[in-house]
Design a protein around this ligand. Structure first.
Ligand code: UDX
Length: 438
């Protein structure tokens, strides 16, 4: 099929590349000329395993094109996806101005001779955005154009976006017309995934409800971790034990510093805001947020308890990205924790396998922060090592090397990467989340 995607951010670019990979002809549109130029050269503006190869291969095969012209996208795509940012506003509501602008541009580019077009919201949007997009397109489109609006939320995770897209657990789309449903089905036929077709409002709500549920799972296990700390139980065992129940499942029960990233914090806030505006105060989700925030401050109190004063203490930080396998530092808990410690005068040196450049550009780290030369170099002379991100490199670190380099072998692990017994055997003082310290 001929598809267009407006917006080549995380979702737009990976979705476009994966649609091309399964054989569709895809035009990706972005108003950032520099970005389009980079993409045409086969370079990827983000770190995402497997994406660069996918883009190169499909550009070479002529199935994937990039342009700055929305009009070209609307001309070339029977189905036009909107995948532009929906950032949070200071009051927690969602800024829909990019969606509105693109809806207008699409409307102004539609022509009656193009025939039937489906305009699909892929961005995460509040329920009822679809009907606003439909109203907008109708208002600005010329007489006689035929179109329908659909909602097709995306569930990809950064770091495994290509695999999530090519092998999805499920595909959800919301439509209000059979012709649109048929076209959406044909797009997803090659993916061999279970498909759920709903009305537009339900599809929109599924995305917010799914992300909020996953965030709830994380806050739940973090709350249980607090009880473990007070009772001498081990959160890893508790998570394993409850996760073996198929109704609960082990995934997203990793206790730690809490969730970050461009999705969960924003989406939970938005869902609270949307529910409130519809007349339902979603108290449960407010608790999810507050447990998440407290998780970091409780961890900081434990660091403070041990180091007494942070002023002038040399601390190493492993991890800047908001999670493993990404260079994304948006809403990174590791960075927030680093800034908290530096606000108390700590002398921080940090390292991340992929997030160094993005942290320098977008991390808003306190100016006193030092970027380490490598993972071990930032340990030299440190009085404590703080682990903020769950990278496998850190989990597989050479413990003797850590010990050798540090002034005092003391680790605060915010991601539970090590076995406390192994740490004890190496003579390293170890504090983690929801487990007894050794
Ligand atoms: C998430 C959803 O998983 C995805 O379906 C949606 O489309 C976008 O939002 P993403 O933000 O890429 O994806 O990352 P994810 O792997 O879900 O992790 C989010 C945050 O939760 C990270 O900060 C991670 O460290 C944290 N997390 C995750 C935990 O603290 N514990 C866990 O058990 C899992």
């Amino acid at each position: 099929m001929k598809l267009s995607i407006i917006g080549t951010g995380y979702v737009g670019l990976t979705t476009g590349a994966c649609f091309a990979e399964v054989g569709h002809e895809v035009t990706c549109v972005d108003n950032n000329e520099e970005k389009v130029k980079t993409l045409l050269e086969g370079k990827i503006p983000i770190f995402e395993p497997g994406l660069e190869d996918l883009v190169k291969r499909n550009v070479a095969a002529g199935r994937l094109k990039f342009t700055t012209s929305t009009a070209d996208g609307v001309r070339d795509g029977d189905v036009v996806f909107i995948a532009v940012p929906t950032p949070p506003q200071p009051d927690g509501s969602v800024d829909l101005s990019f969606i509105e602008k693109v809806a207008r541009e699409i409307a102004e580019s539609l022509k009656p001779e193009y025939g039937f077009r489906v305009i699909v919201d892929k961005s995460t949007v509040p329920v009822k955005t679809g009907s606003k997009v439909e109203e907008t397109v109708r208002r600005y489109a010329p007489e006689g154009v035929e179109f329908s609006v659909a909602s097709n939320p995306e569930f990809l995770r950064e770091g495994c976006a290509v695999d999530d897209l090519l092998n999805p657990d499920r595909v959800v789309f919301g439509v209000n017309n059979d012709a649109a449903a048929d076209m959406m089905r044909r797009i997803y036929d090659p993916f061999n995934a279970p498909v759920l077709v709903t009305d537009i409002e339900s599809a929109e709500l599924i995305k917010h409800a799914a992300n909020s549920f996953l965030a709830l799972k994380i806050s739940y296990i973090n709350a249980v971790a607090r009880v473990c700390e007070k009772s001498g139980a081990d959160i890893e065992k508790v998570a394993e034990g409850i996760g073996m129940d198929a109704r609960i499942g082990r995934q997203f029960l990793n206790a730690g510093l809490g969730y970050g990233g461009s999705c969960f914090p924003k989406d939970v806030k938005a869902f609270i805001n949307i529910s409130e505006s519809l007349g339902y105060p979603f108290e449960l989700l407010k608790q999810v947020e507050s447990i998440n925030e407290d998780q970091r401050s409780l961890f900081l109190s434990r660091i403070r308890e041990k180091l007494w004063v942070l002023q002038e203490k040399k601390i190493a930080l492993w991890g800047l990205a908001f999670k493993q396998n990404t260079d994304d530092v948006r809403e990174s808990v590791a960075i927030k924790l680093a800034n908290d410690m530096m606000a108390e005068g700590a002398d921080l040196t940090g390292w991340d396998p992929q997030g160094m450049e993005t942290a320098k550009r977008f991390g808003n780290l306190h100016e006193s922060f030092t970027y380490g030369e490598d993972m071990y170099a930032c340990l030299d002379g440190a009085e404590a090592l703080v682990i903020g991100t769950e990278w496998p490199e850190f989990a597989n670190a050479d413990l003797e090397e850590i010990k050798k380099r540090m002034r005092t072998p003391l680790i605060f692990d915010g991601r539970n990467l090590y076995d406390p017994e192994v740490m004890a055997a190496h003579g390293i003082e170890y504090h983690s989340i929801g487990r007894a310290s050794v």
